[in-house]
Design a protein around this ligand. Structure first.
Ligand SMILES: Nc1ncnc2c1ncn2[C@@H]1O[C@H](COP(=O)(O)OP(=O)(O)OP(=O)(O)O)[C@@H](O)[C@H]1O
Ligand SMILES: [Mg+2]
Length: 271
């Protein structure tokens, strides 16, 4: 079955529930808006923030939205997407991101990163934002490196904003005694939870409307089932909604009803 035939069947102008939405097209449910607001506050205050949430809850999307609202000429954003490569990995990304060539010795990397970060602010007048995504994967050594970064400028406010995004285990990790120094410097902690039922309905309709269908393509009970199965987690909602569209198309239905959504749930949970 081709995507083109599926699109034609429903008269979609684009495929709904795609993961590459432009920041202006995102759905603004409360957890998303709250996470973006907190990240924006951390950026303005140059504070450390921890944003946690289950897989597919919308952490990376929220961070992208917060970054998109920044004046690019006044901010330098360093995004570390796949940490877990040790202290050297974390520092190498920061140093090269700021135009430096990482020094050979481990011990020299920390002051080098600190100098470059300070220069970005003092000489170029830019606010620096370091985002470490998937931070629950950071090993102890990398977290220690992050702690050293957060120690910059003695006890004055660090001259940059640090956002750690990760699954709920991240919050537990940071509470361990070894990381107390870092934990105490965290100004904002926010857990992105799933959407509630009304938000899931609005979320599904939002994605469908972006694809050109503002009518009731999904029945209410189909959306309720998708909500219950996904626990309101956006990525799971997307997967179930797409599977529902495919199932309805395969049985030549014009709308997604509850029976169709049930088929989709069975397929997605069997994967
Ligand atoms: N506010 C939103 N508006 C529209 N779609 C969203 C929104 N938030 C999340 N999504 C959808 O949910 C998907 C998952 O979001 P995201 O990748 O941010 O989750 P995550 O919490 O970073 O997950 P992981 O822990 O796996 O990295 C996105 O690809 C996007 O399609
Ligand atoms: Mg993510």
């Amino acid at each position: 079955m081709s995507i083109d035939r599926l699109r034609a069947h429903y008269g979609f102008t684009r495929m709904p529930f795609s993961k590459d939405l432009a920041p202006g097209m995102l759905h603004s449910h409360s957890a998303h808006a709250e996470a973006v607001a907190r990240m924006s506050w951390c950026i303005a205050e140059q504070a450390i923030g921890v944003i946690s949430g289950e897989c597919g809850a919308g952490k990376t999307v929220a961070a992208r939205a917060a970054v998109a609202s920044l004046d690019a000429s006044r901010h330098t954003v360093l995004y570390l997407g796949t940490p877990g490569v040790g202290l050297r990995g974390v520092y190498t990304t920061i140093i090269t991101g700021l135009g430096g060539v990482p020094r050979f010795h481990h011990a020299a990397l920390i002051p080098q990163a600190q100098e470059l970060l300070a220069a970005e602010t003092e000489e170029r007048g830019k606010r620096v934002l370091v985002i470490i995504d998937e931070a629950h994967l950071l090993d102890a050594e990398s977290l220690e490196g992050v702690r050293c970064l957060s120690n910059m400028g003695m006890d004055q406010a660090a001259p940059f904003c640090l956002l750690l995004l990760g699954q709920p285990t991240l919050r537990r990790r940071l509470r361990q005694a070894t990381f107390t120094a870092l934990d105490q410097r965290i100004a904002v902690r926010y857990a992105i939870n799933g959407l509630d039922q009304a938000e899931t309905t609005s979320y599904v309709k939002h994605h469908l409307a972006l694809a050109g269908r503002s009518d009731n393509l999904f029945s209410d009970d189909a959306i309720d089932l998708i909500h219950a199965t996904s626990r309101g987690l956006p990525r799971l909602i997307n997967n179930l909604a797409v599977a529902s569209l495919v199932a309805a198309f395969a049985s030549n239905k014009a709308v997604v009803d509850e029976a169709t959504a049930r088929v989709a749930v069975a397929e997605v949970s069997a994967e």
